[in-house]
Design a protein around this ligand. Sequence first.
Ligand code: SF4
Ligand code: SF4
Length: 390
Amino acid sequence: MKLTRSFEFKDWKNGDIIIIYGAGRYGEIAFHGLEAMGLHADYFADRNVTEVERLGIPIISPDEIVKYENAIVLIASLNYFYEMLSFLQGIGKDEAYDILNLLKVDIDDGLLSEYALDEKNNYRKYFNVVNNNGLDELIMGHCEIVLTERCTLRCKDCANLIQYYKKPCDLDCDSIIQSFNQFLETIDTLLELRLLGGEPFLFSQLDRIIDAFIDNDKIKQITIYTNSTMLPTENVLKSLQRKKVSVHMSDYGKCSRKIKELDEVLTQNKINHYIHHYDKWSDLGALESRDYSDENKEKMFGMCFMSKCYTFYRGKLYVCPRAAHGERLGAFHNKENEYIDFNSNEGIMERKNKLKKLLEETKYIEACNYCNGSMHCSTEIPAAIQVNNH
Ligand code: SF4
Ligand code: SF4
């Protein structure tokens, strides 16, 4: 049974205050969805951001929601959906709304950040959370498995730091399957498993990875992230034909040299896919220490779009890909509480507790000191500029 109502225009009466609970990417979609409906949000409520306003409206603490007795509160989060719902119930707000309908409203793509647009295109993830009825369950939005450090491009500003690898290599397929299965044992639902690299079509055993996880009911969707520079093999094409699988084709203009052929091949083979055009990226900056204070790191982590970009790399789960690759590249060491090692012999309960802590209590990570962050106020740079005219 669904525990929330999906907000519709008719739920609003003249004078009602609208609060969007969650000022991240789902908050952004809710804000623009309301505007497209002809409504205007009055506040964002968010515990983790330190800005005073976003998109021109004030951000209040969730503790203040109680002051607005008849307010319409929209839950605009995936990872914290049930935590927020439970909080609202705790302060006597028995009627909370989800933003399913707002995710389906026609919004001009240009108004949304690339992260928000990705979530909007993938609205089934939110749909699955809302219909999961999982107050006590551990539901994760998405998790990315790095299959290879090799890439067909060498982007100067790759957020995953792939451009810094001098001897990039593929990861061991058996080890990935074994350690990721250990991770799956600790959670109830993973809404989206993302397979990426580098370039995942360079990983010769991509079909084995898909086949290993396709029948796991905990995983609701598998997405392969490609830079559209190469075509998959026949074996991979077969694996991609499964209903639960889709291909995210990044369009980097001229760099994505096989985009047309790939689109055709995937269409011919009836494979779910969508093209995401990227003009601009946030400038995360070079991999060097910034000497930020702890307070600054916390502030940045709270605002960063990538702070829940869970990355599974060499058997360990990190909260952000820069933490995983930055350490591998020798730039810094992650602290012990900033990742979970699924190669170790810990028991499930111990791991579950660690995972909950990682998801709920991380305030910042060492990697933030080596980064500009990716947020609303970030400097934008052209996407996919190649190093040495690769
Ligand atoms: S295509 Fe560019 S951004 Fe994507 S993994 Fe390769 S180097 Fe990084
Ligand atoms: S600010 Fe921190 S969380 Fe955000 S991208 Fe940089 S390292 Fe990752």
